[in-house]
Design a protein around this ligand. Structure first.
Ligand code: NAD
Ligand code: UGA
Length: 320
């Protein structure tokens, strides 16, 4: 089968691309290599894929590629028309960074870019369209675990744009019968994790003998999900009915303080902490109900926190 992966150079997109190639698929990857974090890290993520003749990289921005005069490798419409499955992971991520002037980038990459991609997919027809959404659509709630029927009241500008993006995907499914499926990922970690995210920052700090910066008192909880489990869920998603929305979580909820104990054991080093204020936009708790994903696509997270942190630690130690 032929797959298009948007955001193919990012943390999750590159992990998905590698798996699709391992499974013998042809993959066209699209990425703008934006500078939210080092583009060189994104090129490293794609090093293996670029050696595979079944992989084609289209370096460009979805919105630019959608313009009729797009000067890149091919227009978005042509790229999508040659695809069976579209996996839309391109986005401007980052909860805490989404305030102020940077919001423009969130609106552009999470809403406008999603709309042009959906328009292309509607026009040319695809077998499936998998759209990456986020636990951040739920907002700060004590209705736990979060299930897909709960009200969505985002607590960050990022969450607002991810909710708009997933709503676009759902309404293309409702209005045009597009086989679009929305996946709400819960705090993903593992090799290639983005450098702004907690575990990447924590492991780097310990490797460099620095203090770990904890926002708040560490009692906030997250449903941390290993990237390999997320990739399993993404690959299974096309089996769900058009318009489905599913949580993909890690199967357990832990406090940040607990994760630091696990990290200390995994790294066999002392973990020193300094405290900073709670950050605007950060919700207190997340916890995924994965009942629907289990029922619709057989989703079952397999990697526990110690094993997942060990994999991320080994990766970061290898590139340090
Ligand atoms: P990432 O930043 O590593 O990857 C996103 C990639 O998209 C980047 O390489 C970027 O260059 C590219 N991109 C952004 N805008 C683009 C555009 N307009 N055109 C082409 N390429 C563009 O982020 P990630 O952590 O891998 O996240 C992937 C997806 O998963 C995103 O949709 C994100 O919102 C979602 N998500 C991530 C997490 C997580 O914990 N990492 C949790 C929930 C949801
Ligand atoms: C992550 C991703 O960054 C978002 O893109 C994604 O949409 C979101 O998950 C999601 O699940 O929807 P976040 O939960 O903030 O967002 O992930 P981390 O950066 O790993 O932060 C986890 C916790 O650690 C948060 O409570 C945060 O405040 C805390 N943290 C983070 C620190 O205490 N110190 C840091 O240096 C970084």
């Amino acid at each position: 089968m032929r797959a298009v992966v948007t955001g193919c150079a990012g943390f999750i997109g590159s992990s998905l691309t590698d798996r699709l190639l391992e499974l013998g698929n042809e993959v066209v990857g699209i990425d703008s290599f934006d500078d939210y974090y080092a583009p060189s890290a994104k090129r490293d993520n794609l090093a293996g894929a670029l050696r595979d003749p079944a992989f084609t990289l289209v370096e460009g921005d979805l919105l630019d590629l959608a313009r009729p005069d797009a000067a890149c490798t091919g227009s978005l419409r042509e790229i999508i028309s040659a695809a069976d499955h579209v996996y839309h992971l391109a986005a401007q991520p980052g909860v805490r960074e989404s305030w102020g002037r940077t919001f423009e980038s969130y609106a552009r990459n999470n809403v406008l870019a999603t709309q042009v991609l959906l328009e292309c997919a509607k026009d040319v027809g695809v077998e499936s369209f998998v759209c990456a959404s986020s636990s951040s659509v739920y907002g700060d709630t004590d209705m736990l675990p979060m299930d897909e029927e709960a009200a969505c009241r985002p607590y960050s500008p990022y969450g607002v744009t991810k909710l708009a993006g997933e709503n676009l995907a759902r309404l293309y499914a409702r209005n045009f019968g597009m086989p679009a499926v929305v996946l709400r990922f819960f705090t993903v970690y593992g090799p290639r994790q983005r450098p702004d995210m907690a575990f990447h920052r924590f492991i780097r700090a310990v490797l460099e003998d620095r203090d770990i910066e904890v926002f708040g008192d560490g009692s906030q909880t997250r449903d941390f999900t290993f990237v390999g489990d997320i990739v399993d869920g993404i690959l299974a998603a096309p089996a769900a009915p058009a318009g489905s929305v599913m949580n993909l979580g890690g199967g357990c909820r832990v406090s940040l303080a607990e994760t630091l104990d696990v990290l200390g054991s995994v790294m066999g080093r002392e973990v020193r902490i300094k405290r900073s204020p709670v950050q605007a936009g950060d919700v207190r708790d997340t916890w995924a109900s994965v009942t629907r994903a289990r029922e619709l696509i057989g989703y079952e997270p397999k990697v526990d926190l110690a094993a997942g942190l060990d994999a991320e630690y080994r990766w970061l130690a290898s590139i340090a």
